[in-house]
Design a protein around this ligand. Structure first.
Ligand code: HEC
Ligand code: HEC
Length: 257
């Protein structure tokens, strides 16, 4: 199972390359500009085209099964709103692989194109009533109050809620799902992404949501916060090792810059 995680991590890294191609370079000298019959890139307002060109390499074709979070998960869409999506798409998630797309933030998309992406995601993937009366923990760490996570308690939370599928810490290979305590995996995933995965689940790979990790025992905000704090403390960046890496990985960040 680690093989799957590793290969998805590699995919994520390979996104940088495609991303540079997508976002970085204008026409090379000597290369013809698009002729009049080719629409100017900033006039494209079709959601499917914009999503395929800008997002699918990382978030998966159709919003599922990519190396980064599956945005088509209806539970995820029920937890966020348009304002939030707009902010993340326009400005990116600083310190992670999520790029800023708005021209005003150094990206290549106009405000109309960012709007088209946000409205398109909502129309395609938001299903009203998905969370029906459920009371999920705040999915953004920043909304989850100011208390710091307690890693010691988080280790107990892991044993209660996660080890049944992911195995006891350090026991990779004997369990139903892959290890999530390996520093190599944790180095590539931010605390926010861990929080998102735990609360909204990943239907594309079989990760249950916060209500179903242990059916009948929905996880509390405190339990989510603490298990993320414990996982974070297992990251290579939590020791000195990663802080010395030349590529600017930082403790608690989203991996590569
Ligand atoms: C180079 C890879 C890459 C590309 C391209 C990319 N993303 Fe992301 N995106 C990420 C990563 C990595 C994260 C997780 C950031 C973090 O660690 O918090 C993310 C996070 C997000 C989030 C927040 C997820 C959460 O946990 O709440 C949204 C929304 C999002 N991306 C939308 C988009 C959209 C829409 C596009 C296309 C316009 C796009 N992304 C393109 C890598 C990418
Ligand atoms: C019912 C089984 C089950 C339980 C319980 C469970 N998971 Fe998972 N989890 C999975 C499966 C299946 C996958 C996908 C396959 C894999 O990664 O091995 C997964 C994947 C993950 C991933 C990787 C997501 C990614 O983007 O690659 C994370 C992080 C994760 N789980 C965290 C947790 C945490 C934290 C808990 C406890 C709060 C937990 N899981 C409990 C089954 C489970």
């Amino acid at each position: 199972m680690m093989a799957r995680l590793r290969s998805s991590s590699l995919l994520l890294v390979s996104c940088i390359a495609s991303c540079i191609t997508m976002l970085g370079c204008g026409p090379l000298p000597g290369h013809p500009k698009p002729g009049p019959e080719v629409p100017r890139p900033d006039s494209v307002l079709d959601f499917a085209t914009l999503y395929r060109q800008n997002c699918s390499a990382c978030h998966g074709a159709g919003g599922m099964n990519g190396p980064s979070y599956p945005l088509a998960n209806p539970k995820y869409q029920a937890l966020v709103d348009e304002q939030f999506l707009h902010r993340v798409v326009a400005n990116g998630e600083p310190g992670t692989l999520m790029p800023a797309f708005a021209i005003s933030a150094g990206g290549s998309l106009t405000d109309e194109q960012v709007d088209a992406l946000v409205h398109g995601m909502r129309a395609a993937w938001y299903k009203p009533g998905t969370l029906d009366g459920a009371n999920p923990p705040p999915f953004r760490a920043a909304q989850a109050g100011n208390r710091m996570g307690d890693p010691a308690h988080g280790q107990q939370v892991y044993a209660t809620y996660c080890s049944g599928c992911h195995g006891a810490a350090g026991q990779a290979g004997k369990s139903k799902a892959g290890s999530i305590t390996e520093p190599a995996f944790l180095a590539l995933v931010s605390d926010q992404t861990l929080r998102t995965v735990i609360i909204a689940g990943r239907p594309d790979i079989g990760q249950p949501d916060w209500r179903n990790v242990l059916p009948g025992h929905p996880m509390s905000d405190q339990e989510v916060t603490d298990v993320v704090a414990w996982l974070s403390s297992q990251r290579a960046g939590a020791s000195e090792a990663t802080q010395k890496q030349p590529d600017g990985q930082k403790k608690g960040g989203g991996g590569l810059p």
